[in-house]
Design a protein around this ligand. Structure first.
Ligand code: 6GU
Length: 262
């Protein structure tokens, strides 16, 4: 039987009906997505994965996240990870040697070309390609993700040139370091792992998976300080509700994200 289904991760088996009618235990048989974060601030991540869907994904063995101190891979007495930029300029640049050593010890590879299929080595930097829902889905199919947190002053370019499989940015603004971006990438990726959300389908009809923003949602009370809920949502007319939701999503996209409609 083939196991190449887009929702089945590398090295993992899909649910199989056994001859006696029991389903095999898919989720507990799955190897977790291994995420290694390389950072000069490992404590930044101490409680970051203790909440909500990520906490459940960790507890269920869908993902295994570890933050590593870059200084572990220095060899000098003072554990120096940065140095002054050649050519002059402000700020310090992260040195290549500890980063290459860290990636080699975590993946077995010290060049992009030798990274095994199913592994991604991601440099987080404002110079990267945009992080998107589609890149999150690619990451969710991997067996290992290594996230290198840059500092805003910079990372020696040889990391991007020769080591990282991907250089990724989370948006057009400058963060003081890649650490918040690592949280964003891990969150968006973890919730796409099979079994991380309540139902397997709920990731399919949300913002961006169809190129539009999500439709507005309302809950009780129907009137709140003279702000009311659209009548159609109270009718039970499912076709009418579906049409309203499509139109409201398109309208909201046009207003807030016209770029998505081009
Ligand atoms: Cl990934 N890193 C930093 N330092 N700044 C950013 C970013 C990443 N993405 C957007 N701004």
């Amino acid at each position: 039987m083939s196991v190449r289904s887009p929702t089945v991760r590398e090295g993992q088996l899909p649910a199989v009906a056994l001859p006696d009618g029991r389903a095999s235990d898919t989720e507990s048989a799955m190897k977790p997505l291994r995420v290694d974060i390389i950072t000069i601030f490992p404590d930044y991540f101490r409680e970051a994965f203790d909440y909500g869907i990520i906490r459940r994904a960790c507890a269920a063995g869908l993902i295994d996240i570890q933050a590593h101190d870059l200084r572990l891979w220095t060899s000098d007495r003072h554990h120096v990870v940065d140095d002054r930029p050649f050519g002059g300029g402000d700020g310090m640049v992260l040195k290549p040697e500890p980063i290459f050593a860290a990636v080699e010890s975590l993946t077995g590879a010290n060049r992009r070309e030798s990274i095994a299929a199913g592994k991604r080595v991601v440099l987080l930097s404002p110079q990267g390609k945009p992080f998107t829902q589609s890149l999150a889905s690619e990451f969710a199919k991997c067996e290992q993700l290594v996230l290198i947190c840059g500092r805003y002053e910079g990372v020696d370019e040889r990391v991007a040139e020769a080591l990282a499989s991907d250089e990724v940015s989370i948006g057009d603004y400058v963060l003081s370091g890649g650490e918040p971006a690592a949280l964003v990438v891990i969150d968006a990726t973890a919730r796409l792992l099979p079994g991380a959300l309540g139902s397997e389908t709920s990731a399919a009809d949300e913002s961006f998976s169809d190129g539009l923003l999500d439709c507005p949602q309302y809950t009780r009370p129907t009137d709140f300080e003279s702000l009311s809920v659209p009548d159609v949502l109270l009718t039970g007319n499912h076709a009418g509700i579906a049409r309203w939701r499509r139109e409201a999503a398109a309208e909201k996209t046009k207003r807030n994200r016209p770029d998505l409609l081009k």
